[in-house]
Design a protein around this ligand. Structure first.
Ligand code: RNT
Ligand code: ZN
Length: 421
């Protein structure tokens, strides 16, 4: 598709949307403001750079051995730069604590410092992206019992509290240097495979540990802590300490951010319907947009009904500025750059469709009890030329239009990732 074709398509689509009372220019402008927090861990299957053969543990697993995973910080940065070049808009990169620049030395989790992330901060500044952060409570021998912050052993808890403290410091330093708050996501894997008797006790310990560290106040100009629940993981099928009720209660009580991961609930339970409730009770929400498939919570994001519903709920709530959209998936069985780009572009497409909705018109139908008309319009909207407008947005931003990104990824694979052996 050449530029002229895209522009022609744009003019036609603009008129079609105008007849529904939708201003496409405004919708594209709003889409452009959506900074997606891109997870760094799709590039290397959540391995990180703490030690050369770190094993992924803690209820999550990356399956597949597609060649070309990033093995060094340089390779990871190169991959992320490629990804960024293939999507329109300005985005964020979300780092895990195990992705520090440790200079070839082993630095344990209770010893990490802002200096280990300085090269990331400099890189981000140079590339014009902002950073987010995640503490790493998994893939570590001090998590072998299945517990970290909620372990019975006070020494284990001390270790992980120190990790959390240091992660907050690092994230705050990132926020300070980038002049924009760094979102610090806290997900802890604590839980058990089978019938657990001391559920209350572990949850009480988790609360106590979090309280101890999170009450050390750091300005939200620099740092925003957010907590992520999960229903179950591999090896924690029966009990996860940080459940939805636990963190929902904790976030509301402490007026802090809550993370909703699309793959962390019962198989038929969705996060889209939670947004309009949670936005009433917590200041801001972080999303880990992902795709559950049976027991796995981390498949590549695609443009499915739930992704659409999430985007619609963000837009319809009128609180887009209070919802931070982050991604969380890792597929090691396909081209990893391709996995990134497909997921990010799909998230943007969902958001654009939601922004192109004539919501006021639909609300009018609701008020007049015209539910057939509402349903009919919702169906008609699906076939409107929103993709033409996405192409136009890509053209404006110098990002590949339509399927052009596929060739670029194939070329990058040929030149770069296939040579990583
Ligand atoms: C795990 C959580 C968590 C992780 C990342 C790597 O189930 O979703 O967010 O995926 O921190
Ligand atoms: Zn997550």
């Amino acid at each position: 598709m050449n530029g002229d074709q895209v522009k022609k398509g744009y003019e036609k689509a603009k008129d079609q949307y105008a007849s529904l009372g939708v201003d496409v220019t405004q919708a594209i402008e709003r889409l452009d403001k959506l900074s997606i927090s891109i997870h760094c861990w799709q590039a290397d299957d959540v391995s990180g750079f703490e030690n050369p053969n770190g094993e992924l543990t803690g209820g999550i697993q990356a399956t597949g051995n597609y060649p070309g995973k990033a093995r060094t910080i340089e390779e990871l940065k190169a991959d992320l730069e490629k990804v960024i070049s293939l999507i329109p808009g300005k985005h964020r990169i979300s780092l895990h604590a195990t992705y520090g620049d440790f200079g070839g030395k082993f630095v344990d989790r209770d010893k990490i410092e802002p200096k280990h992330f300085q090269s990331w901060i400099d890189w981000a500044k140079e590339k014009g992206v902002k950073l987010d952060f995640n503490s790493t409570f998994f893939s570590h021998n001090k998590a072998n019992s299945g517990y970290t912050l909620s372990d019975f052993d006070p020494e284990i808890r001390r270790f992980w509290k120190e990790h959390l403290r240091r992660c907050r410091e690092i994230a705050a330093e990132i926020g300070r240097q980038q002049g924009d708050p760094c979102i610090h996501n806290i997900w802890i894997p604590d839980g058990e495979k089978d019938k657990t008797v001391s559920r209350y006790e572990h949850r009480r310990l988790l609360q106590e540990s979090l309280d101890e560290v999170l009450t050390e106040k750091i300005s939200t100009d620099y740092l925003k802590d957010t907590i992520e629940c999960k229903l179950f993981g591999i090896g924690s099928e029966s009990y996860v300490v940080g459940s939805h009720e636990f963190y929902m209660g904790y976030a509301v009580k402490n007026n802090m951010l809550l993370t909703l991961d699309a793959g962390h609930f019962h198989p038929t339970e969705t996060i889209s319907d939670k947004l309009s409730s949670i936005l009433l009770f917590v200041p801001e929400v972080t999303l880990h947009v992902s795709r559950p498939e049976r027991w796995d919570s981390d498949h590549v994001v695609i443009l499915n009904d739930e992704l659409m519903a999430i985007a619609q709920e963000i837009v319809r709530s009128g609180h887009m500025d209070r919802v931070h959209v982050g991604l969380d998936y890792f597929d090691a069985s396909i081209n990893r750059i391709g996995a990134y780009v497909v997921g990010i572009r799909s998230a943007q497409k969902a958001m654009l469709q939601a922004l192109l909705e004539p919501t006021n018109k639909l609300r009018e139908f609701e008020k007049e009890d015209k539910r057939f008309e509402r349903l009919a319009y919702l169906e008609e909207l699906k076939a409107m030329p929103w993709n033409t407008l996405y192409n136009y947005y890509c053209l404006q931003q110098d990002a590949p239009v339509g399927d052009a990104y596929i060739k670029e990824i194939q070329e990058y694979e040929k030149q770069i990732t296939s040579k990583r052996v």
